[in-house]
Design a protein around this ligand. Structure first.
Ligand SMILES: Cc1cc2nc3c(=O)[nH]c(=O)nc-3n(C[C@H](O)[C@H](O)[C@H](O)COP(=O)(O)O)c2cc1C
Length: 194
């Protein structure tokens, strides 16, 4: 992939919450986790591990622990025919770090989302989750802590980017399309002084 393609991928990535009911091959998911494991890691502690949920009965339970698009809830809760094809649960291995550096998680999650997108798989990173229920449902051991969940699948929506430095809340138009405001480049880029 050329540098320009990577740029286009990064710019075009939007959080996807409605998905086609189409299987994502395990090879695509494995590539994404491979990108996660190769991400930069503070002091190279590599405390992250990844639990992939593909089985329908478990997926249903995981879904019940997730909160989608709080600003417009419940309008972006995917209905049964638009649910994610799989989930990646981001786990902190507490034996590898007692004070996990959150930057590791950010860079790893972004690697996953971009790798998936390079195979046309959309995703949404969720932190608004019921961790206690999810820990019980997934039988997570004491040495692990759930950080967040990436919901993914082939996209069934096409959110629109809006250059908008005033608003932070994404919104739905009359046709149900999601619009996502982002601060403009000129408002966030500073040369030499602020
Ligand atoms: C750390 C983090 C936590 C997030 N948690 C949730 C979440 O719980 N539920 C959700 O629907 N979206 C969640 N998102 C997605 C954001 O709402 C989304 O990134 C933001 O609205 C900007 O849209 P974009 O990803 O399309 O650029 C989260 C994003 C980040 C970075």
């Amino acid at each position: 992939m050329t540098k320009n393609k990577l740029y286009e991928l990064i710019v075009s990535r939007r959080s996807i919450r409605f998905f086609k009911q189409k299987n994502v091959p395990l090879s695509v998911i494995k590539k994404a986790i491979n990108c996660a494991r190769l991400a930069p890691s503070a002091a190279n502690l590599q405390f992250l591990e990844y639990l992939v949920i593909k089985r329908n009965d478990i997926k249903e339970k995981v879904f019940g622990c997730l909160r989608f698009a709080a600003y417009i809830a419940p309008k972006r809760n995917p209905p049964i025919d638009k649910r994610p094809d799989f989930y990646i649960v981001m786990l902190i291995n507490k034996e590898r770090s007692g004070a996990p550096n959150l930057r590791d998680i950010g860079v790893s999650a972004q690697n996953i989302m971009l790798s998936l997108l390079s195979s046309r798989v959309g995703s949404c990173w969720l932190q608004n989750i019921d961790r206690n229920s999810l820990t019980a449902i997934l039988n997570i051991g004491e040495n692990f802590e759930i950080d967040s969940v990436i919901a993914a699948g082939f996209p069934k929506e096409r959110p629109k980017l809006e250059d908008d430095s005033k608003n932070i809340k994404y919104w739905l138009d009359n046709s149900g399309r999601l619009h996502v405001p982002k601060r403009s480049l000129k408002d966030v880029l500073h040369y030499n002084n602020i």
